[in-house]
Design a protein around this ligand. Structure first.
Ligand SMILES: Nc1ncnc2c1ncn2[C@@H]1O[C@H](COP(=O)(O)OP(=O)(O)OP(=O)(O)O)[C@@H](O)[C@H]1O
Ligand SMILES: [Mg+2]
Length: 251
């Protein structure tokens, strides 16, 4: 089952927020989601303590370079999606986490410093391909984008990425109070009070569109149940002679 990872070496780029919004929306759609909290500060795990338990959404704390591989391997068997929230910085955990991913999303804000943190992740992905022949699909995901203006810095980041042939998701995560408030409230955005949080419906729409797009790049493989498979084969076999007989009659 797909492992999707959010990585940017710069602290505060918006990794945890985007990972949580995406994981929450996937769980809401009925997928079994495990979120790995690889940040030593354990923001998500602490947040989870206050959140009402959701049966399809688990958060796994204390992920480090030593245990990430085994943890992902185990969780893939029991979940539809494994969502990895990596910490900032260039560390062995970052390289390992990237290498274990099916798709890496690099949240980038429209400022130069942030783009540099994203570029470091893109460089590691390039090296994994050229030096180790490991190709990890990846996209930049713009975040904290203003809902009203397109800033020059954002246009510059987009231009730079397009020049380098880096894929950028069409749906950015907009700067919304709901994405901040979910941390304070200890809940996913859907459980926030629409009376108290401005533009909550817009934040929910944004999350839906983002996950629609992400799911295209990291789809859950469709399992054909054994019984359905054997019934279909038996049906096909049973129909073949009848068709042949009908064809002969027509001839
Ligand atoms: N789309 C958004 N709208 C509003 N606020 C946001 C958005 N994305 C991130 N933020 C805010 O920006 C700050 C940093 O975000 P976040 O913690 O997700 O970054 P991070 O990359 O995970 O940081 P770290 O490297 O420390 O783990 C937080 O205060 C968060 O609430
Ligand atoms: Mg974080």
């Amino acid at each position: 089952m797909p492992v999707i990872t959010f990585a940017n070496t710069k602290g505060g780029a918006g990794k945890t927020t985007m990972a949580l919004v995406v994981a929450g929306e996937l769980a809401k759609r009925g997928f079994r989601v495990a979120m790995l909290d690889a940040d030593p500060q354990q923001w998500v795990s602490r947040w989870m303590v206050r959140m009402a338990k959701m049966s399809k959404f688990s958060i796994i704390a204390d992920i480090d370079a030593d245990n990430i591989e085994k943890t992902i391997k185990d969780l893939k068997k029991r979940n539809d999606y494994v969502v990895v929230d990596l910490p900032g910085g260039v560390t062995p955990l970052l390289a390992k986490g990237l290498g274990l991913s099916d798709h890496v999303f690099v949240p980038v804000q429209g400022c130069a410093l942030d783009a540099a943190g994203g570029a470091q992740v893109l460089d590691i992905l390039k090296k994994l391909k050229s030096e180790c022949d490991i190709h990890i699909a990846h996209s930049v995901a713009l975040t904290r984008v203003s809902s009203i203006i397109t800033t020059r810095a954002l246009l510059a980041v987009k231009g730079m990425l397009a020049q380098q042939g880096v894929h950028v998701l069409a749906t950015p995560l907009i700067e919304r109070a709901a994405y901040r408030d979910m941390f304070d409230a200890g809940t996913l955005i859907d459980a926030l009070d629409p009376e108290a949080v401005s533009n909550l419906a817009k934040a929910q729409d944004n999350a839906r569109l983002l996950v629609d797009e992400i799911a295209q790049f990291a789809p859950v493989p469709v399992k054909v149940p054994k019984t359905a498979k054997s019934t279909a084969t038996a049906k096909a076999k049973a129909e073949t002679p009848r068709k042949t007989a009908a064809a002969k009659k027509a001839a």
